[in-house]
Design a protein around this ligand. Structure first.
Ligand code: NIG
Ligand code: FE
Length: 417
């Protein structure tokens, strides 16, 4: 049952009033309200500034910061099981690419998913979603890409749909059938099957809002992306790209010039490509969890992207191979520490710009009157302090779709019902 909530006397509130993604000058002028309150009624933001003395639930936010619920625009849920032994092998010197070629990596997760029952997969993914909620993620993207056959991909997309129903968060789904090539097919054959057989069905069942492709020497090439672009245009689906993660294949530049929804990873993206991204409306999605996990020295040109006016977003890339990380606060800390984002830039990237990336910018990502009430209360006096203690769980309370869904242990005395 939806109740009215009054979050009172916050030290700071970062609302992101206005429209559209934050970019260019917008990153330099993020408004921070001091000594403010936020009220929620019937599932939506009722007001910002004054308290609601008659609210069913009052939260004392003294000394805390209120921000929009985090939007994770790039996860690989629903997957099943972890691959810790591969990480251990990497820590002793093996490369991700080598493990992938030796039927580990993505193919291993394909087998784990195929061997698990629907119930097992949903239980695993729902537990992950619950942990994400406790870290403040109120919206996230899910993907296929561990099915790697027509039936396997459809199954994973339907599991994503079931997950969306089972969890309180807002969920959108992407089809990443072009994640790895099934060993019995050529890349061209698999891309042809995706375009001709899988995507028409995905579109007619409404199983995904977008299509993604892993452009990399161990996966697919730009010509394959171009083939999928033709199909997604015909079917009215958006398209995204895993771009320049392990080498510079000019993927991000093409993604931008084709006007794709997003180009993700960008570790090896060149400064020339930054200009292409900044000139268009393709979101540049930074995934520092993967950089951290793979111990990549090569970082994306994040400061250039911000300063040249790109729409920079931030996600976890939650997956069992390259980023077993589900916490947006941790991704924010990594983005600041490893990529040089300023805390408020990282916050915009993790909320309003992440919502833009998945086509939900008019639905989630901001604290604006009348909008779906997704809020996170953090025990920091200002957001600048967030990256300082990366392993401190700063999340005090989470409101998702107008409901108080989480109160951290020890913070119960802040809440009066
Ligand atoms: O985003 N880059 C490709 N896909 C994932 C890794 C998937 C896996 O190893 O299972 C990523 O990093
Ligand atoms: Fe990914």
């Amino acid at each position: 049952m939806q109740v009215s909530i009054s979050i009172d006397n916050a030290a700071t509130v970062v609302p992101f009033a206005g429209d559209g993604p934050v970019r260019g000058e917008g990153f330099r002028t993020i408004e921070v309200l001091e000594g403010s309150s936020v009220t929620v009624d019937a599932g939506v933001i009722a007001g910002i500034g004054s308290k609601d003395g008659g609210a069913d639930c009052v939260i004392d936010a003294t000394g805390c910061t209120v921000v929009p619920g985090f939007v994770d625009p790039h996860t690989h849920l629903p997957f099943f099981g972890w691959r810790a032994d591969e990480d251990a092998a990497r820590l002793s010197g093996l490369r991700y690419e080598t493990l992938h070629k030796e039927s580990g990596g993505i193919f291993r997760s394909q087998r784990l998913l195929a061997e698990a029952s629907d119930t097992e997969v949903l239980a695993f993914a729902s537990d992950m979603a619950a942990s994400m909620l406790r870290k403040g993620t109120t919206t996230f993207e899910t993907k296929s890409g561990y099915g790697l056959s027509i039936d396997g991909e459809l199954r994973q997309l339907r599991l994503a749909r079931d997950l969306a129903v089972a969890v309180p968060q807002t969920v959108v789904t992407t089809c990443l059938a072009a994640h790895a090539c099934p060993p019995d097919k050529s890349e061209g054959e698999w891309i042809g099957e995706i375009a001709e057989t899988l995507l028409p069905q995905v579109a007619s069942e409404g199983l995904a809002h977008a299509v993604d492709i892993y452009v990399e020497s161990i996966a697919f090439q730009l010509e394959h992306a171009a083939r999928l672009k033709t199909t997604t245009d015909e079917l009215g689906l958006r398209m995204r790209m895993h771009a320049d993660q392990l080498e510079d294949s000019q993927a991000a530049s093409f993604a931008a010039r084709w006007g794709l929804q997003s180009a993700d990873h960008l570790n090896h993206t060149s400064l020339a490509a930054v200009g292409d991204i900044a000139a268009g409306d393709t979101a540049a999605v930074l995934l520092p969890g993967a950089t951290f996990t793979l111990r990549q020295n090569k970082k994306p040109p994040a400061r250039n992207l911000i300063e040249e006016g790109a729409i920079v977003a931030l996600g976890t890339d939650l997956n069992p191979g390259t980023s077993p990380i589900h916490s947006m606060p941790f991704a924010i800390a990594l983005a600041c520490r490893l990529y040089g984002l300023r805390p408020l830039e990282a916050l915009a990237a993790a909320t309003v710009n992440a919502a833009y990336t998945i086509g939900l910018d008019v639905v989630v990502g901001r604290i604006v009157e009348g909008r779906r009430a997704d809020l996170v209360l953090l025990d920091v006096p200002d957001f600048e302090s967030m990256p300082y203690r990366p392993d401190h769980d700063a999340v005090v309370a989470v409101v998702c779709d107008g409901e108080l869904v989480h109160v951290a242990p020890g913070a119960e005395e802040r809440v009066t019902r």
